[in-house]
Design a protein around this ligand. Sequence first.
Ligand SMILES: O=P(O)(O)OC[C@H]1O[C@H](OP(=O)(O)OP(=O)(O)O)[C@H](O)[C@@H]1O
Ligand code: HPA
Length: 181
Amino acid sequence: MSVIKVHDKQFQPYIGAVELQQRIKEMAEQINKDLAGERPLFIAILNGSFMFAADMFKHLTIEAEISFIKLASYKGTKSTGNVVQAIGLDEDLFGRTVVILEDIVDTGKTMSQFLPQLEHQQPKKLIVASLLTKPEAMVHPIQIDYLGFSVPDKFLLGYGLDYDGLGRNLPEIYQLVESEK
Ligand SMILES: O=P(O)(O)OC[C@H]1O[C@H](OP(=O)(O)OP(=O)(O)O)[C@H](O)[C@@H]1O
Ligand code: HPA
């Protein structure tokens, strides 16, 4: 792994593919233990989570369902600010154990707007599994039940995460080089 250029920016290797896969396997093993018998419904948030969701799901040995949704952001009223709306969420969540799969919880804004909408449907449990989070960037505190890596507040790329549409296909995670933050 070496420094790469995407669009106009340089990115340096940060988390290798082997380390990523090992951590995701550990997260899945913990979920296998904790949620056995609950037949959880995993909801993966597109686009960024597609690789994490696929790799996580392969390691689940319990009965589980998965659904993929996209969050569309639109301008709400003055009091609500921007509002996120789930596209493609057809399942009834009432009484279900629901696990949200995110690639990253950064400022927490997306989850802080989305989780209350899901709570309305009265799931039995609402659980968040995120591969990454940036504690220093978090302005809307979100409880992450299963976390892969806690990372500094620097822009990341790869393994589903994009910079202006590119880089999602990289099997490892890169960090924007220091001088460019
Ligand atoms: O905690 P936050 O600051 O709200 O950031 C986290 C969100 O940002 C990313 O999605 P993005 O909106 O970039 O869409 P994408 O997954 O399609 O790239 C990521 O997948 C999260 O959903
Ligand atoms: O660090 C990041 N990289 C790419 N997309 C993101 N969305 C939130 N944080 C990030």
